[in-house]
Design a protein around this ligand. Structure first.
Ligand SMILES: Cc1cc2nc3c(=O)[nH]c(=O)nc-3n(C[C@H](O)[C@H](O)[C@H](O)COP(=O)(O)O)c2cc1C
Length: 189
């Protein structure tokens, strides 16, 4: 059984800026695998640099901002063991180098070798609204692929967790994603 952690991967672009992308980390027997669909800038960066950073982030606005591509200021700070940066507000992070790659035309697998892990601050546990925002990120990234009626029904269900448990950050991310979905709907009419 493969366990998936939803994380933010930071990688160094060719112009030395940092690419910030939500990517699942697939974990089997403690081995970390990243599976980016082609084309992916993160994939290109990891292959070129042979390294990257996995950020464990509990501010779901970072995930939502990557999907809606707004101007959320995401602060970065350099990491110790590889030439890259991490998200400053991350709870913790893993710096990795490539162990090996299983290439594929659609979705290659990068098997990661952790070279440094650090904890930066308290982790305050699970929250239903955070999970709901993550689910909406996935739906928003698949507009035009998933049936719109299904998206409407899922939003209705996920909204229960938002109404009951969201804080300010979750509400903000929820609004960005709903605005993004509504704009998409208006534009395809
Ligand atoms: C929670 C979450 C998990 C994701 N996991 C993956 C993944 O495992 N593989 C992938 O290709 N895209 C995944 N995505 C979508 C990528 O973030 C998106 O395709 C992104 O643009 C990657 O391309 P890039 O490297 O060019 O930024 C995920 C998105 C979200 C919101």
């Amino acid at each position: 059984m493969t366990y998936v952690r939803e994380t933010i991967v930071t990688t160094k672009n060719i112009d030395n800026t940092i690419k910030i992308s939500p990517l699942g980390i697939y974990i089997d027997e403690e081995i970390l695998r990243i599976k980016p669909f082609k084309p992916s800038i993160s994939l290109d960066n990891i292959l070129r640099n042979k390294s990257g950073v996995i950020n464990y982030v509990d501010d779901v606005r970072v995930f939502a901002s990557c999907i809606v591509k707004n101007d959320l200021k995401i602060e970065l700070t350099k990491v110790d063991k590889i030439d890259c940066s991490r998200i400053k507000s991350a709870v913790s992070h893993t710096e990795f180098i490539i162990d090996h790659v299983k290439d594929d035309n659609l979705r290659p697998t990068i098997i990661c070798k952790p070279v440094n892990e650090e904890i930066h601050r308290m982790y305050y546990g699970l929250n239903r609204a955070k999970s709901a925002v993550l689910e909406l990120c996935i739906l928003a990234s698949r507009l035009g692929i998933i049936d719109d009626e299904k998206i409407k029904n899922e939003i209705k269900y996920l909204n229960i967790a938002i109404e009951k448990t969201a804080g300010r950050n979750e509400l903000e991310a929820w609004k960005w994603l709903n605005d993004y979905i509504n704009t998409y709907r208006k534009n395809i009419k």
